[in-house]
Design a protein around this ligand. Structure first.
Ligand SMILES: CC(C)(COP(=O)(O)OP(=O)(O)OC[C@H]1O[C@@H](n2cnc3c(N)ncnc32)[C@H](O)[C@@H]1OP(=O)(O)O)[C@@H](O)C(=O)NCCC(=O)NCCS
Length: 113
């Protein structure tokens, strides 16, 4: 079981090794949602299935800690990440142009089951 005790001031979960990292941050204003951010796999270890596996880890952390939804954003041109999210149960909710960065961004949601 992956279960992390919530300290008094608690913003989410951070996972970092030299090979992979991701953060799951509690959505401000709604403690039923985790926002998945800062996912990164070291260049030497890409295309080996690590991020695909991390999808299961994130879902398990969310499920075992009673969260209902995962949210994420990606750049539309991030082909590997878009492919992974499309094939691991995430739904595209909205696409928009980020006025600050001029990136085309996809907004994703996944129900925690
Ligand atoms: C995106 C990232 C996390 C993927 O991690 P990874 O461990 O290499 O991913 P996986 O090996 O689990 O899966 C890669 C998948 O993308 C596919 N893929 C790789 N290059 C691709 C491309 N150019 N277009 C489409 N799909 C591609 C692979 O075929 C594989 O899919 P498959 O298992 O169905 O064959 C990694 O590339 C990374 O750290 N990038 C920089 C940071 C980043 O972009 N983070 C996401 C921010 S939203």
């Amino acid at each position: 079981m992956i279960s992390l005790r919530e300290p008094r001031i608690f913003h989410g979960y951070e996972f970092y090794t030299g090979v992979v990292q991701f953060d799951l941050e509690i959505m401000p204003g709604c403690r039923g949602i985790l926002v998945s951010t800062h996912t990164y796999v070291h260049e030497r270890f890409r295309n080996m299935g690590i991020n695909t596996f991390l999808q299961k880890v994130k879902n398990r952390i969310a499920k075992e800690n009673d969260f209902s939804l995962l949210l994420a954003t990606t750049r539309r041109d991030n082909d590997p990440e878009v492919h992974i999210l499309e094939t691991s149960g995430w739904k595209k909710i909205h696409e928009f142009g980020n006025k600050k960065t001029y990136n085309d961004v996809i907004f994703w949601v996944k129900e925690v089951k």
